[in-house]
Design a protein around this ligand. Structure first.
Ligand SMILES: [Zn+2]
Ligand SMILES: [Zn+2]
Length: 251
């Protein structure tokens, strides 16, 4: 829902700590492919435009989607100006998504994806199937299957880092894909159980099993104060915040 949560006056929603202001979750990966800067985004939620402005994005080379829920897709239309730039260089921007996500994107953004789309300034994007491995401008994206309630969704590993959001269960077969990580970004909604999101306690248990050098908790609701929760976390596990930037080894 984002923090502050609309209509709420709780301690976190009214906190003066900038770490307690949270837009909907998304990640930007930026690297150099020769002299060319590459910017790849995971999920374009309703706050994508604000996040793109905050991080100085001037292009987007691809988007990977974890799943089709509103907080992860509704900013797709704001790809438009960035897609015009990339389209002039190399054609429509690839959007990597599962069949479940494709079905929702095509329904909600039919004016973009319909074969009969005529809207002249629609996003210049193309849907690509999300395979187990996607090589992209020198970086390989590995799909890491996880569960979000009853919905199988995608996490991603890239080099020595991984991003797993909206997780309620990690299948046994996904743990070997997460060995040898420097950074793991893992969702933890709150302390009270939720049918489709991990609690802080569940996330800490998985983080300790996966054993990344550093785990960052994301997709945090207004029940969790950054400062207070941070003090309770074991070494090597920390609360992420909007704008957190990490150097990661991508190959
Ligand atoms: Zn609140
Ligand atoms: Zn979500």
């Amino acid at each position: 829902m984002g923090v502050p949560t609309l209509g709420c006056a709780c301690k976190v929603c009214t906190s003066p700590d900038p770490h307690d202001r949270r837009l909907r979750p998304s990640v930007l990966l930026r690297w150099y492919d020769g002299a060319q800067q590459r910017d790849v985004v995971i999920d374009t939620g309703p706050d994508f435009r604000a996040q793109a402005l905050n991080s100085g994005i001037a292009r987007v080379d691809a988007v990977f989607y974890t799943h089709s829920h509103a907080d992860h897709i509704l900013g797709l239309d704001d790809l438009r100006p960035l897609s015009f730039i990339v389209n002039r260089e190399s054609g429509p921007v690839p959007l990597y998504c599962s069949p479940e996500t494709v079905a929702v994107l095509e329904r909600i953004f039919d004016y973009t994806f319909s074969p009969h789309a005529t809207y002249p300034t629609r996003a210049r994007v193309r849907i690509e199937p999300l395979e187990e491995r996607t090589p992209l401008h020198g970086v390989e994206f590995l799909r890491v299957p996880v569960m979000h309630g009853q919905l199988p969704i995608a996490g991603f590993r890239f080099g020595r880092a991984a991003y797993l959001t909206d997780v309620s269960a990690i299948p046994e077969s996904s743990f070997p894909l997460l060995e040898g990580l420097d950074h793991l970004v893992l969702s933890a909604l709150r302390h009270n159980p939720h049918p489709s999101h991990a609690t802080v306690e569940q996330a800490v248990t998985w983080a300790q099993r996966i054993g990344a050098r550093q785990t960052w908790l994301t997709h945090i609701a207004h029940e969790l104060s950054h400062e207070q929760t941070s003090r309770t976390l074991p070494a090597g596990i920390a609360m992420a915040w909007d704008g957190l930037t990490l150097p990661v080894t991508l190959t």
